[in-house]
Write a protein that binds this ligand. Sequence first.
Ligand code: HEC
Length: 173
Amino acid sequence: MKPSSFIKAGLFLTVSGLVAGCASAPDYSGDTDSRWADFKSWTKITEGRTGTGDPTGLVSGVHKGREGYRDVYVNDVGLATNQGTAPYKYPVGSVIVKEQFDDLAAFKAQKPTDLTIMVKLRDSATPDAKNWGWAAGYDGKLEETNAFCSGCHSVAAKDDFVFTNEDFLKKFH
Ligand code: HEC
């Protein structure tokens, strides 16, 4: 290797090492579940609101905790329900994605650290956690049962297990 290419290679390794070392934003370009692959083009229902704190008193350490910031996106199938009024009953095919930021700085820089996703898979006469699938991460796998997620979201059972709807946003944000 010529000395110049050696230096270039060294520089490349140093720079890529630095990038990998930072808490870099998740890559949304990878191959993932088509149900949420393009969520960035959906309606951001938290647009212009401050999605932070712990309005329900339930967030505690999850969803980046009390200091965390959150943006929520809803696809076209679920949008009218989400922006409507109670009782909220989401059509099958509704997908809700929450982007999570560690703190205000990360939020301002739009550098999220995590994603959580809910997909309405089936319907029933009364709200049932089993109607929803749950996934953690853009590349996450949809799980039909996740007691951790659905257990806590059961607090919002009467709103079809979704906390962030128009009433919630008006009340808290
Ligand atoms: C300890 C309680 C708790 C757990 C566990 C939890 N969540 Fe949540 N989740 C919430 C609360 C509360 C909100 C409302 C947002 C807020 O307070 O900013 C929320 C919001 C969401 C949203 C946005 C839609 C909505 O309901 O507001 C999605 C999507 C979501 N969670 C997915 C998940 C997934 C997937 C898991 C499991 C990996 C999970 N959650 C685990 C409490 C929880």
